[in-house]
Design a protein around this ligand. Structure first.
Ligand SMILES: C[S@@+](CC[C@H](N)C(=O)[O-])C[C@H]1O[C@@H](n2cnc3c(N)ncnc32)[C@H](O)[C@@H]1O
Length: 308
């Protein structure tokens, strides 16, 4: 992750400045102003805080680079702290892929859903997908995402698919139980140029409330992806019932280990429904820091499931 990756992913500004200091980063003035312009358009308050701390850093070093930052900083002085309802456009980097997501990062829960922001379990699954593209992307397959939230997993899946010459064709069905989210997911696909119809991949957006809504082509699903859908014991029975109908499919479910009782309940429910599972990857908070600009306080695990 270079310094601009960190800035566009909204790493806390003190961490960005520490990275600049630790690595003695020098900036090309034109490129800096160009990148800053993008940040100012997306999140003025972050741009202001970043400039403030960068000015302090470069002033303390007696660097002329501060001159570049004074004017944009002064222009941003009147900008106040954002409202938790304010959206931002955040760019996440996974290996060579950059995914742009419009979301409400400070909104943990609103209108009965937690899907207005991107959760860390999704970031870990995205990372895992880029590390093992062959496990996910096959020719002419039908992928279903459950509880998609901002849609980041399906968008990255489509990018990986597009980049694999012989695996392009297929269908992606992006679902969430909350239909208010689906319009934003469609916008996020557009932001990434992923809805441009190149004729190879069909993309559908659909409300799918587990164990309540039905999918017409449920028996054609090859692959299921989901992240942070096991956040509460009360949702587990419906989630697993929903999974159990996709006979012959396999899936990857990324789960934050907030409460081990909930994950025990998930495993028990999978077993009761004859769904085979194994943990294929797990990341600790310390290791997560190597792959993401975010901090986590508990580990995240990825289950591979096979539905018989
Ligand atoms: C914690 S968010 C995770 C969102 C996204 N997967 C991520 O990791 O960023 C949980 C998501 O599951 C969806 N969800 C919760 N209960 C659901 C249900 N019963 N049926 C379908 N979706 C549900 C929510 O609307 C929300 O988008």
């Amino acid at each position: 992750m270079d310094v601009y990756d960190r800035i566009h992913a909204r790493q806390p500004v003190h961490e960005v400045v520490r990275f600049i200091s630790d690595n003695n980063i020098e900036f090309d003035e034109d490129e800096f102003l160009q990148q800053l312009d993008i940040v100012v358009h997306r999140n003025q308050y972050y741009a202001k805080q970043l400039l403030k701390q960068m000015i302090q850093h470069f002033e303390s070093r007696g660097s002329d680079f501060v001159e570049t930052m004074y004017e944009p900083y002064i222009n941003l002085l009147p900008v106040g702290a954002p409202d938790p309802q304010d959206s931002d456009i955040i760019q996440y980097r996974f290996d060579r892929y950059k995914v742009v997501i419009e979301e409400t990062p400070s909104l943990i829960c609103a209108q009965g859903t937690t899907g207005f922001r991107t959760w860390e379990a999704a970031l870990f699954l995205c990372h895992y997908m880029t590390q093992h593209p062959g496990l996910f992307v096959t020719h002419d397959s039908l992928m279903l995402e459950l509880g998609c939230g901002t849609g980041i997993i399906s968008i990255l899946y489509k990018m990986i698919k597009d980049s694999q010459g012989d695996c392009k064709a297929g269908t992606i069905i992006v679902t969430d139980g909350d239909s208010n989210l689906l319009q934003q997911v469609s916008t996020n696909f557009q932001l990434n140029g992923s809805l441009s119809n190149d004729g190879d991949v069909n993309i559908g957006f659909q409300r799918l409330r587990w164990n309540e809504d039905e999918l017409s082509n449920y028996n054609e699903i090859d692959l299921i992806l989901a992240a942070d859908v096991t956040y509460d014991t009360s949702v587990i029975p419906d989630l697993v019932k929903c999974l159990s109908q996709f006979k012959g499919a396999h899936g990857y479910i990324s789960c934050t280990e907030r409460n081990l009782d909930t994950l025990d309940a998930f495993e028990n429910e999978l077993t009761r429904n004859c769904i085979y599972f194994e943990i294929v990857s797990r990341i600790s908070p310390i290791s997560f820091k190597q792959i993401s600009e975010r901090d986590i306080s508990t580990s995240i695990r990825i289950y591979k499931i096979s539905i018989n």
